[in-house]
Design a protein around this ligand. Structure first.
Ligand SMILES: [Zn+2]
Length: 210
């Protein structure tokens, strides 16, 4: 099958600088949203201006700054599936906070599917490989499509995610990055949960945490 042409756009909220991505199939105009930052109206405007059809909302993990926009996105985009790793699914379906450090009531959602490591997640014509990159949180995943890796808060340009929360694991974080991200080709693009785009090659050479 021919490689699909993928187009990526980003919005970032002003409070945490959390990135939400719009990933489009340039031919079919199917799209997914990756993470739901604190300014979902930016993403809603972007979806409208790009004229794409959002088929799913994928979550790299469930820290509040990555899910706060879900209510608004669902209102505006319709009842599209939300997908998340199994170990954080109840954050979304039951409103159980991810962090005991930040316990507060959360909204609940239905139509929530699973991102299963080692398997493909299909949303319309888009197909994502799911890579487990835990450690910042138990269900942290990297979503891989075309030449793009969406690494959430595992790997950043020049840094890695926090692992000082009660349910973090610094060893697992480094292992996941080394085994599943640093084994990727140099030219693969790294779209992370915060900050600018990078490449695997750049992080291999310059990231002081690896
Ligand atoms: Zn974050």
């Amino acid at each position: 099958m021919a490689e699909r042409r993928i187009h990526v756009e980003v919005t970032a909220d002003r409070q945490f600088g959390t990135n939400s991505y719009l990933v489009e199939d340039e031919d079919s105009r199917d799209a997914v949203v990756i993470d739901a930052n604190l300014e979902p109206e930016l993403m809603v405007d972007l979806v409208r201006s790009r004229g794409v059809t959002v088929r799913a909302i994928l979550l790299t993990h469930t820290d509040i700054d990555h899910i706060a926009g879900l209510v608004r996105l669902r209102q505006e985009l319709g009842d599209v599936p939300i997908a998340v790793h199994g170990s954080e699914r109840e954050v979304i379906t039951e409103g159980q906070p991810l962090r005991r450090e930040f316990a507060r009531p959360l909204p609940t959602f239905d139509n929530v599917g699973l991102l299963m490591p080692g398997e493909v997640y299909r949303a319309g014509t888009l197909e994502f490989d799911v890579l487990h990159t835990p450690g910042h949180s138990p269900g942290g995943v990297t979503l891989s499509i075309g030449n793009a890796l969406f690494t959430g808060d595992a790997l950043f340009a020049g840094s890695i995610g926090r692992s000082d929360f009660a349910n973090s694991d610094g060893q697992a974080l480094l292992e996941g990055i080394r085994e599943r991200l640093m084994t990727q080709p140099d030219d693969r693009l790294v779209f992370s949960g915060h900050g600018p785009v990078s490449t695997i090659g750049q992080e291999r050479r310059y990231n002081p945490f690896l």
